[in-house]
Design a protein around this ligand. Sequence first.
Ligand SMILES: Nc1nc2c(ncn2[C@@H]2O[C@H](COP(=O)(O)OP(=O)(O)OP(=O)(O)O)[C@@H](O)[C@H]2O)c(=O)[nH]1
Ligand SMILES: [Mg+2]
Length: 393
Amino acid sequence: MRVHVIGLGGAGGRIADRLAAEHDPDPFLAGVNAFDTDTDALGTLDALGEERRYRFGDAAGGDGLGGDLHAGRRLGDAHASELGRAMDDQRPSLAEAFLIVVGLGGGAGAGAAPALAEELSRLYDAPVYAFGFLPTPSETEEPDDGDGPGSASAGPSGAATSSGNEPAPPTPHRPLAERNAARTLDALSDRCAAVFPFDNAAWLRPGETLGGARDRLNGVAAERIAALFGAGETPDGTATPQQVLDASDVARAVGSDGEIAAIGHATQQVESPDEGSRFGLGLFGSSEPAEVDASAAVSAIETVIRKATRGKNTIEVPEGRADRTLLVVGGPPAWLNREAIADGRRWLAEETGSDAILSGDAPVPDGDAVSAVVIRSGVDEPDRIRELRETIA
Ligand SMILES: Nc1nc2c(ncn2[C@@H]2O[C@H](COP(=O)(O)OP(=O)(O)OP(=O)(O)O)[C@@H](O)[C@H]2O)c(=O)[nH]1
Ligand SMILES: [Mg+2]
């Protein structure tokens, strides 16, 4: 489906930038914007040029809000229509959905998100979804370096990033992050069709800090956003899916009441259909299916569906149970074995206790992997969300 992504604040901007860097020409990415009060944070974005970034809230003097959610809410209320207009060059009226991406524990992004969600719902018919990073518990803990409360100290940082020897960006101390996240989750649930939380803490490896791991986590987040919203959106003129996934399938799966939904995803490399058959396709103008061993296709599909379901999701789903489930299986058309997908659906229904499973194909003609996306909605409250809510109870 064609999605318009709006990254708000530091975390949101980095995801918007990453999606633009990796998917700019892809048809699913209808529009991308990054909005922040922080001039320097916007300045670090690479893929999004001036025309797609926008600094709002002059009252903040070009800085971040240091986790002040009330200030963020005020600025969001005051500037929501201005932000709506700042998106116009990206042709938001063509979008089939909006996705607001935000770090829920901060000030600028979390503050502005509810007002922007409301504004977009007022202006357009397309559903507004939110993708929000949950803060890690260590962000709210007092740093033990004696700097005292309120310091912008790095806490337990200084670890090298996974990519090399550069020091990791410090993880800012954000004493209010958990309460901000609880309040923002409530506000977004009231105003968005669905909320996709991403549990930062659950994705950290032992000893890792958020600063050190954030690039890797952002890679996972961007990949899952692309896997869900890009599914079924193939370039013009390529294979026609037998059961193409469209925007209304996603809308039916996640609902419109602001429920929490989890995204599972897995891929497995496979041999792409051989050169000869692709040559033949051009020569005779018909799509001769490439030869793929049926048992290899069945096993690849079974594996990715199980991994997407049982592997780490964006947020842990208690007991794996869901009222509604969406399954999308992607890969080279010759690998999309109908029976294996039907078996996978039955297995998934059993596994999740869900009686409403929607499914679709995402054929990738030149692809070299089989993939599955599993969305679960109507889930019991995940532990981490309950913990966050208890901070404001
Ligand atoms: N996964 C991930 N999480 C992040 C990243 N940056 C920040 N976060 C999380 O998001 C929360 C909010 O951080 P930011 O997005 O920097 O906050 P902001 O919206 O800029 O708000 P202020 O700076 O307070 O005005 C933090 O508490 C972290 O939990 C990131 O790059 N990746
Ligand atoms: Mg910031």
